[in-house]
Ligand binder design. Sequence first.
Ligand code: FES
Length: 103
Amino acid sequence: MAQRKIKVAHLKELQPLIGKKILVENKEIGLFLTEGGNVYAVNNICPHKNGPLSEGIVSGEFVYCPLHDQKVDLTTGIVQEPDTGCVESYKVEIIDEDVYVCL
Ligand code: FES
């Protein structure tokens, strides 16, 4: 199936290091702007016990789940050792300061 590109936010709505929860077609997605200015989108539901990743602490290219501190790589969605698991990650495109997520 072809990927769809969906406009989800304006760049100005994102604050560095503060996640934003968005709902797109029944998916709950966390949007993150890193200190370095990169924008990432991953499934917002932590694979451990459903913690809301958008409320976690962003550090570098990672977010720490607010519930039990598991560390998720925002570039891949992979939970870092010693924990295991993975959230879906989505490609992000910025066009004229609008943020699009590819599903
Ligand atoms: S729910 Fe995310 S670390 Fe436990």
